[in-house]
Design a protein around this ligand. Sequence first.
Ligand code: SF4
Length: 154
Amino acid sequence: MDACPTKAFPGPYEIDAGRCISYLTIEHKGPIPLEFRKAMGNRIYGCDDCLAACPWNKFAQVSSEAAFHARVELGAPDLKDLATLDDATFRQIFSGSPIKRIGRDRFTRNVLYAIGNSGDPELLPTAAALVQDEHEDVRDAAHWAVGQLNGPSK
Ligand code: SF4
């Protein structure tokens, strides 16, 4: 309960799924509510901090299934590279991954929230360019990211 960045557990054995970053970044259509954007930090697809904190998971074993292994080339992705993927390249990179099903637009929306939380002024041009994007959720996220990087908290 304490590990959750968005306080999605109102009490023991209860979860408010609408506050969960995994829900918000993967399932939620449209702009993510402002109250959660800063708490998302750099999480662009899911969260699972509660699973990392759960004592039961100390018994977890690394899967021998190759499909479950992390892809080395995506180990430390650059936010600028992720934000500038076009639809065809997005589909190509995430072919065979569950990330593909959220589509380029929702993915880019999420990356822009991470850019807004990055505190990195070098990412400002990337966010500013996406203010003109065709998709309204991307434009909304780009405006927010620009505001964060230009704001007093940068
Ligand atoms: S996945 Fe993250 S945001 Fe969702 S309930 Fe767990 S800790 Fe909270």
